[in-house]
Design a protein around this ligand. Structure first.
Ligand code: NG6
Ligand code: CA
Length: 527
């Protein structure tokens, strides 16, 4: 597959969507009432909030969701004592738009939020209301530890100076970041506004358009690699692994992937300890189980699946460490933990790391079709657990929920007003998130690479899209009409949870109804 052409295709679709949006935004839209405005507010005692955001973790990738060949006792403990959702979604099947939506309560396509390069500018502009800024207004200390991938600076970021704007300019008090992805340069940590351990006599240079610096690359010196990579991932070699993009200088700043669990856990624990006497929000965002998968050697063999499974064991350990710290400090009972993933699973995402050959009977996508990037359910249906000993109802919930609603739901919990224009796609679903109500969303929009899908009732509708740009794999080439346009797809999830039988032809009226509705959501503002 060719990501450049995939992304070009996605861009055209999104440009189209955004233009329709701009035109229709001029026409006055009827504001729509928020759903379930009447959540109980008995728990307004300002719990600490921790979001564990795993990268590329599939629906079936943890024990309590049916994993085979890997145990996740710490995560399963949260599931057993909390709400385990079976129909919870990230807003998109890729990282950047999902993270954008989680933090702003707006769909990524409203901003053309593509997968970002490692030197991209900050996507969320200062002044935009965000989940952390809303929580900060409510009196919380706010921190982010781990993967960012929402851009930094204004497009000409100087990695040797003050890196801003960044998370500190959009609501976080503290940030310790892996700036983009594990497979993209710069392979450094950024703490607040600075690269950690920088030696000014060895400045960092970053380029996504040609070689900079003296470091070997995968395309020049493949013999230096610990594992083979595709061409996209064959630029600068750091820690024996070639990455996307070029990096020169900054030798003292380079991370060692195997040290991530200790490094990030220490920073998370430090943030919790420092803020234990006041309400805090920690966005604990993991690099795992994204590529390159280089878990610490002590997790080697923890699963039967090689590095991908071992990385899941590593996530479980990191979750356990934070929970243990909360317990030691005596604040676990009043901490709301949310465990989930930014998009569905992928096996080979650029590196030959045995994820395919050692998979065995394990099904990262659970019962569902597709995975990361894809319009099918496994693209966005992700393991999701809410744990808050003092306040959730322990249950397995089949409610349809979306991460985009966490903004308005947490605002409702804290009795924070969500203003017009703020978090426009976010709905208060607090009772559902706390396991007290199973009604869930009436509809849900899923964003994938190249198209959008609408879930409504038992139906799943995938908007037709241009298949010419190599996007077939997003939604299966058997449905290409005339080799160019992907036909509309409709699945009856009540009888066909695996999205195997496209019934669009049998239900033309429903197809046009859902099509109109999906486009209306794209083009409408609610508040
Ligand atoms: C893609 C990369 C993939 C991964 C992804 C981002 C190629 C061919 N693929 O462009 O390896 O880095 O971006 O993943 O370059 S995400 O989970 O952060 O969205
Ligand atoms: Ca991801």
């Amino acid at each position: 597959m060719n990501t450049d052409t995939q992304l070009t295709g996605l861009r055209s679709l999104l440009v189209l969507a955004v233009s329709i949006f701009s035109i229709l935004a001029l026409a006055a839209c009827e504001p729509e009432a928020n759903e379930s405005e009447d959540s109980e507010s008995a728990d307004n005692d300002m719990p600490n909030i921790v979001i564990f955001y795993v990268d590329d973790l599939g629906y079936g990738d943890v024990g309590s969701y049916g994993a085979i060949g890997i145990e996740t006792p710490n995560i399963d403990r949260l599931a057993a004592g909390g709400v385990r959702f079976t129909d919870a979604h990230s807003t998109a099947a890729t990282c950047t738009p999902s993270r954008y939506s989680l933090l702003t309560g707006k769909h990524g396509f409203r901003l053309e939020a593509d997968i970002l390069d490692g030197d991209a500018p900050l996507l969320i502009r200062p002044g935009t209301p965000t989940l952390p800024s809303m929580l900060k207004d409510a009196g919380y200390a706010t921190g982010v530890v781990g993967k960012w991938h929402l851009g930094l600076g204004n497009g000409d970021v100087d990695w040797n100076g003050d890196i801003s704007p960044g998370p500190l300019d959009i609501g976080f008090d503290y940030a310790f970041l892996l700036p983009a992805t594990g497979d993209r340069v710069p392979t450094v940590y950024v703490e607040n506004r600075e690269v950690v351990d920088l030696d000014p006599s060895d400045p960092i240079a970053i380029s996504y358009s040609g070689k900079v610096g003296e470091r070997p690359t995968g395309y020049e010196d493949p013999d230096l690699l610990r594992f083979a990579a595709d061409l996209q991932h064959s630029d600068t070699i750091v820690n024996g692994v070639s990455r996307i993009g070029h990096m020169g200088g900054g030798e003292s700043t380079l991370w060692v992937d195997e040290e991530f669990p200790e490094v990030f856990t220490a920073k998370a624990v430090q943030f919790i300890r420092q803020n234990q006497n006041q309400p805090f929000f920690l966005f604990r965002s993991f690099h795992d189980i994204h590529v390159p998968r280089l878990p610490h050697p002590r997790f080697e063999g923890a699963s039967t699946m090689g590095p991908r499974g071992d990385a899941i064991a590593q996530v479980d350990w990191m979750v356990g460490e934070v929970v243990a710290e909360l317990e030691t400090l005596g604040i676990a009972d009043n901490t709301l933990l949310i465990f989930t993933s930014d998009n569905g699973p992928v096996l080979d995402d650029g590196y030959t790391d045995q994820s395919v050959t050692l998979l065995g009977k394990h099904k990262p996508w659970g019962l569902f079709r597709g995975g990361k990037y894809s319009a099918y359910e496994a693209g966005t249906r992700v393991p999701t657990i809410v744990y808050w000993p003092s306040s959730v109802r322990t249950t397995v919930s089949d409610a349809l929920v979306s991460q985009i609603d966490l903004y308005a739901s947490l605002a409702a919990l804290l009795q924070q007003k969500v203003s017009d224009g703020e978090a426009i796609d976010s709905r208060n679903q607090l009772d559902v998130w706390l396991g007290r109500n199973e009604t869930g969303r009436e509809y849900l929009l899923e964003e994938s690479v190249g198209t959008l899908s609408l879930r409504k009732g038992g139906w799943k509708y995938i908007l037709p899209f241009d298949g010419r740009s190599g996007l077939e794999w997003v939604a299966d080439d058997k449905d290409i009409e005339g080799g160019f346009v992907m036909a509309p797809q409709l699945f009856d999830l009540d009888s066909d949870i695996g999205e195997q039988i496209n019934v669009a032809v049998q239900h033309p009226e429903l197809v046009s109804e859902l099509d109109v509705e999906a486009r209306r959501i794209v083009t409408e503002t609610y508040r």
